[in-house]
Design a protein around this ligand. Structure first.
Ligand SMILES: *Cc1c(COP(=O)(O)O)cnc(C)c1O
Length: 404
């Protein structure tokens, strides 16, 4: 996509999704919010939904709520999310737990499904919790972590992965969009490579879901996890989601280690020992966080209404605009994200030795990006709630702070 204008007002006026911004609390200002990839703004409808939930569903239905709706909620919401944003058919996605806990369940299940193989591949630039979980499971199961060094301004390429795959590889763990650089991995190609070597792939979708289209079924991914408080605006601590390919559920290969009653074959038989539920319910452990799913459910419907391809088009336009402004106004700053939008997700990272202090100055001025070690300021441009004017104000504020 080529940007013809650097005029924010013209770009906002021509934005077909601009009207959706009014649906978010605070989007009218004064805060310039450029961290939607860490915590999305709340939708206005979420306040009403939460009140109705307390008064009618929780307060009115009480324990009957479990039979009527909540027991199935992790799976019904998972199916809807899968349809709208994950490119996945029903029966493979469940909402619940944190991303970290789901990563643990998935890594354990994956290595158990590839017995005799001794290595887990993960890149050194992956998100800390992904690396820490892999380290922990490797120690617990007597496996080796095969660390991949990747371009810090990019991410895992097929060449990087091909160089380390082998008959010992049990699992490859990769982020669809790298949290630091914003690099958008070619998951379809990485998955083919992993499968050719007889390994599983676990894809972390935290920084892509809700901003970048995902096609888990078509890519033949084995397992995936993702956050819902970033581009899915579920609110702080909203539960994560997990995806397990139908083929691994149908043949019973997938077995996760936190065996709880809510993932058992019949939760209310209260039987003497655990037998996993058939299907994706087996990913669950204990009582699911129903209250935490309220905001997320609203955002999934908004993404459905806007269409994930249109959301991606706006996301690309926002990041292209940010980069064009940086090229013009911040020549002393290094773009630490891919220049090619085809391999870039929804955020842009700008490197400069003073970015830590610049971020602190911006926060005081109600301009909110975030800082990532060692010298990166991230502009997280949540497509449905961010305007081109905010991007322009943000880049101008960085110029002022660097000059100050
Ligand atoms: C945000 C993020 C997480 C967060 O995990 P939590 O358990 O929700 O704290 C994990 N992985 C990646 C890639 C992330 O971007």
């Amino acid at each position: 996509m080529t940007q013809t204008s650097l005029d924010a007002a013209a770009l906002d006026a021509a934005d077909p999704l601009a009207a959706h911004r009014d649906r978010f609390v605070g989007a009218a200002g004064p805060v310039v919010y450029l961290d939607g990839n860490s915590l999305g703004r709340p939708l206005r409808s979420t306040a009403a939904r939460m009140t109705a939930f307390v008064e009618e569903e929780w307060g009115g239905r009480l324990i009957r709520g479990w039979d009527e709706r909540w027991f199935e909620q992790p799976l019904t919401l998972g199916d809807r999310l899968a349809e709208v944003a994950l490119g996945a058919g029903p029966g493979q996605t469940a909402v619940g737990d944190s991303t970290t806990v789901l990563l643990y369940k998935m890594v354990r299940a994956a290595v158990a499904a590839r017995p005799g193989r001794r290595e887990i591949v993960v890149d050194r630039d992956n998100f800390p919790t992904d690396r820490y979980v892999v380290e922990g499971v490797a120690r617990e199961c007597g496996l080796t972590v095969r660390w991949l060094d990747v371009d810090p301004d990019g991410g895992m390429t097929t060449d990087d992965l091909a160089a380390v795959l082998g008959p010992d590889t049990a699992l490859v763990v990769v982020s669809h969009v790298a949290y630091k650089s914003g690099y958008l991995a070619d998951v379809a190609a990485l998955t083919r490579l992993a499968h050719d070597a007889g390994a599983w792939i676990l894809v972390d979708l935290c920084h892509s879901t809700g901003a970048v289209p995902v096609a888990l079924d078509a890519w033949e991914v084995d397992v995936a996890v993702g956050c819902t408080y970033k581009y899915l605006n579920g609110g702080p601590g909203a539960p994560a989601f997990g995806y397990v390919a139908a083929r691994h559920l149908a043949d019973g290969t997938f077995a996760q280690p936190v065996q709880g009653w809510m993932g058992a074959a019949d939760s209310f038989t209260m039987g003497p020992s655990y037998a996993p539920a058939t299907g994706i319910r087996r990913l669950l452990s204990g009582t699911p966080p129903i209250v935490g799913m309220l905001g997320l459910a609203d955002m999934v419907e908004l993404v459905a209404e806007a269409g994930i391809e249109a959301v991606r088009a706006k996301s690309v336009a926002l990041t292209e605009y940010a980069i064009a402004l940086v090229d013009r106004d911040l020549p002393d700053v290094r773009l630490a994200s891919p220049r090619d939008p085809a391999v870039r997700g929804g955020h842009v990272t700008l490197a400069h030795p003073r970015m830590r202090e610049v971020t602190a100055v911006l926060w005081e001025r109600d301009v909110i990006p975030d800082f990532r070690m060692p010298d990166g300021l991230r502009l997280g441009l949540s497509p449905l709630s961010t305007s081109f004017a905010e991007v322009a104000e943000g880049v101008a504020a960085i110029r002022t702070a660097l000059d100050g």
